[in-house]
Design a protein around this ligand. Structure first.
Ligand code: C5P
Length: 211
C-alpha cells in the first residue's frame, strides 16, 4: 500500500516539531526532523575539526557516514550548534546529502502508514509531490518567547532580547539564501500557530481527514 507523506515547513521555533510529533503519533507515521539531520552533520564536522572551506574534507566525512539516525538528541539543540548548522545548511554538498538521507529513510521498510517530515524546504524541494503540505506561521516575538522558555527548561542560559535578535537573523538567512530558501511551498496550507495549539491541531486534523 502507498505510504502517505506529509510535509511541514516553517521558520525556527514555529512549533513544527511539536506538530510533527503529534501527527506522527496520532496517524502512525514515522517522524523525520530534517533540522535534526542538519544539526547532526554540523556536530560531525565540529567533532572531526573539519575546515568548512575544505570541500574534500567534508566529502570524505559524508561518504564515511552512510546513514544518520533519526533519534533525537537535545544536546544538538543549543545555540552554538545552531549557528554552525545554519552555515553548513547553505552548502549544496550538505543539502544534497541531507535530502538523500530523508529519501533513504522514506524508502526503508516500515510498519508505519507513512512519514511526516519537517524543515524549511521539504514541501518545496525534497517531497514536492507530498500528499499534504503544511506551512506554519508564528510572529517572531511569540517564537522568541517560546524558544527562550525551551532553553531555560533545558538548563541553558538565555536572554529573551538576544533570542529575538537571533530568530530574526535566522529567518533572514533562511529566507534570503539562494540555495533552498524558506518559502511557502506550492499547494501548502498555511497554519497560524500563534494562538492555542489545540486550534492549530483542529485545522490540521481536518486537512489530514481529507487526504
Ligand atoms: O529546525 P532547526 O532549527 O533544528 O534547524 C536547524 C538549522 O537547519 C536551521 O538553521 C535551518 O536553517 C537549517 N535547516 C535547513 N533546511 C531544513 C531544515 C533545517 O536549512 N530542511
Amino acid at each position: 500500500m502507498k505510504k502517505i507523506i506529509i510535509t511541514i515547513d516553517g521558520p525556527a521555533a514555529s512549533g513544527k516539531g511539536r506538530i510533527a510529533k503529534y501527527i506522527a503519533k496520532k496517524f502512525n507515521l514515522l517522524h523525520i526532523d530534517s533540522g535534526l539531520l542538519y544539526r547532526k552533520v554540523a556536530k560531525l564536522l565540529i567533532d572531526y575539526k573539519v575546515d568548512l572551506n575544505n570541500t574534500n574534507q567534508i566529502k570524505k566525512i559524508l561518504i564515511k557516514t552512510k546513514k544518520l539516525s533519526l533519534r533525537n538528541d537535545n544536546k544538538l539543540r543549543n545555540e552554538q550548534i545552531g549557528k554552525v548548522t545554519s552555515i553548513v545548511a547553505k552548502m549544496n554538498l550538505i543539502r544534497d546529502y541531507v535530502n538523500k538521507q530523508q529519501i533513504m529513510h522514506t524508502t526503508q521498510k516500515t510498519e508505519k502508514k507513512g512519514f511526516v517530515i519537517d524543515g524549511r524546504d521539504i514541501g518545496s524541494i525534497v517531497f514536492k509531490n507530498a500528499d499534504l503540505k503544511l506551512f506554519i506561521e508564528v510572529k517572531p516575538s511569540v517564537r522568541a518567547k517560546r524558544r527562550h522558555k525551551q532553553l531555560i527548561d533545558l538548563g541553558e542560559k538565555s536572554i529573551y532580547a538576544k533570542i529575538l535578535k537571533e530568530i530574526k537573523l535566522r529567518d533572514k538567512q533562511d529566507i534570503a539564501r539562494s540555495n533552498s530558501p524558506l518559502v511557502i511551498p506550492k499547494g501548502a496550507y498555511i497554519i497560524d500557530n500563534s494562538g492555542l495549539f489545540n486550534n492549530s491541531l483542529k485545522k490540521i486534523n481536518q486537512l489530514i481527514g481529507q487526504i
